[in-house]
Design a protein around this ligand. Structure first.
Ligand code: FAD
Length: 376
């Protein structure tokens, strides 16, 4: 694809960049991704990841993006290569608490009876939601984008306006802080521990602590992801031994099956927090369009399809006015939520592992590399 053959350039290859690029490419736009890091080396690979619009502002737009995300992720549960499964579990609290308003989007949500709560807990709710194994899912998204004709170029960007494409979409997560620049974007550092799953099939989230400390776990087949932390303003990416030890101890206290769990690895990601997600278009002086799609905080997996769809619908509605964009004539459904499902092994040039199987991401720090006996 030469520059002149390009309709859309998406900056960033995390979950928001990949879904936006897929949505545009499957709608008929000749689309490329340019990114500093491949999908397996982004914050997105560190997510837990359960559907739920947390730490991402509020309001009707967030709710609608979350609703779209729930529809798409639920549909992907039937696509083995995607790494998305319906998982049941509960959120619990030692202090009185109500389910967040958005839980009404989940069919089957119900309050826990007192007998279902662990000792010392006074509130809780029980539901089933899509849980996403991110190394697998990002591999699936990448393969789906490439199947739609997309290409990925690895190179950092230092000026959005200098990008040579009719449509540019900025999906740079915490990178937007310097690139836009937008000082309202701050990292909320999250650390998790991966252990061999001793047979746990339900997720568990305890709201009693934090921030910065949380207690949760999500099953991903043979692997259980234990969390976590949410530390605003911290940029350091090396796993902290003290945080890992605290996570292991708290999760073992919540479920005794985790007392001797074998540690497989550690992940750290920087949630791109902003008081509100920024999803808006800007017309550049030369007539080209720059869309911003960043600041999804703790909910990028949840909101990504809704945001991608909003951009794609707006671009298609305005396409005749965009200089140089050529829409392919052979695309029937220009805003397909789930199409071109990809099966089989992932190309995984960035080491994503095989699709359809839980995988340890390339960003993982392996168990032996973090000294859990060390003092901080
Ligand atoms: C521990 C943890 C648990 C989480 N759990 C959940 C969950 O359960 N559910 C949920 O929905 N979300 C969850 N999240 C949040 C979710 O991971 C993020 O909201 C999401 O990953 C943000 O995606 P993104 O694509 O915007 O950013 P990123 O994944 O950070 O991707 C940004 C991309 O932009 C590129 N980039 C940045 N700057 C530049 C530049 N100057 N030039 C070129 N490229 C650039 C990067 O290389 C990267 O490819 C969690 C996050 C963490 C850390």
């Amino acid at each position: 694809m030469t520059r002149g053959d390009l309709d859309a350039l998406v900056i960033g290859a995390g979950v928001c960049g990949l879904t936006t690029a897929i949505s545009l490419a499957e709608a008929g736009l000749r689309t490329r991704i340019r990114t500093a890091n491949l999908p397996g080396q982004t914050t997105s690979v560190a997510a837990g990841a359960v559907w739920g619009p947390v730490m991402s502002g509020s309001g009707g737009r967030v709710r609608e993006w979350a609703r779209t995300g729930l529809e798409v992720l639920t549909a992907l549960e039937t696509e083995p290569a995607a790494g998305v499964r319906a998982v049941t579990g509960k959120e619990v609290s030692r202090v009185p608490a109500d389910p967040p308003v958005w839980t009404d989007l989940l069919p089957g949500i119900r309050l826990c009876g007192l007998s279902e709560l662990p000792e010392g807990f006074v509130a809780g709710w029980h539901y089933t939601a899509p849980v996403v194994t991110m190394p697998v899912y990002l591999g699936y998204l990448r393969a789906r984008f490439e199947q739609a004709g997309g290409q990925i170029e690895v190179a950092p960007v230092d000026s959005l306006a200098a990008m040579d494409a009719p449509l540019v979409v900025n999906c740079t997560g915490t990178g937007a802080r310097d690139l836009v620049p937008d000082p309202s974007v701050v990292p909320v550092r999250g650390q998790v521990v991966l252990v061999a799953n001793p047979g746990i099939e339900e997720f568990y989230i305890d709201h009693s602590q934090g921030p910065p400390d949380y207690v949760y776990f999500f099953p991903h087949g043979d692997i259980l992801l234990l969390g976590g932390t949410a530390e605003e303003g911290a940029w350091d990416m090396a796993p902290r031994p003290a945080a890992a030890k605290r996570i292991l101890a708290d999760c073992a206290a919540a479920d005794p099956r985790l007392r001797d769990a074998r540690v497989l690895g550690h992940r750290v990601g920087l949630r791109p927090y902003r008081p509100e997600v920024r999803l808006e278009a800007e017309r550049l002086p030369d007539g080209r369009v720059l869309w911003h799609n960043y600041g999804h905080g703790g909910a990028g997996v949840t909101l990504s399809w809704g945001c991608a769809r909003e951009i794609t619908e707006a671009v298609l509605a305005e396409a005749p006015r965009y200089p140089r964009i050529v829409l392919r004539g052979d695309v029937v459904d220009r805003c397909p939520p789930v199409r071109h499902a990809v099966s089989g092994p992932a190309a995984g040039a960035d080491g994503q592992g095989e699709l359809g199987r839980p995988a340890v991401g390339v960003l993982d720090v392996l168990a032996g590399e973090v000294d859990l006996a060390a003092e901080e």
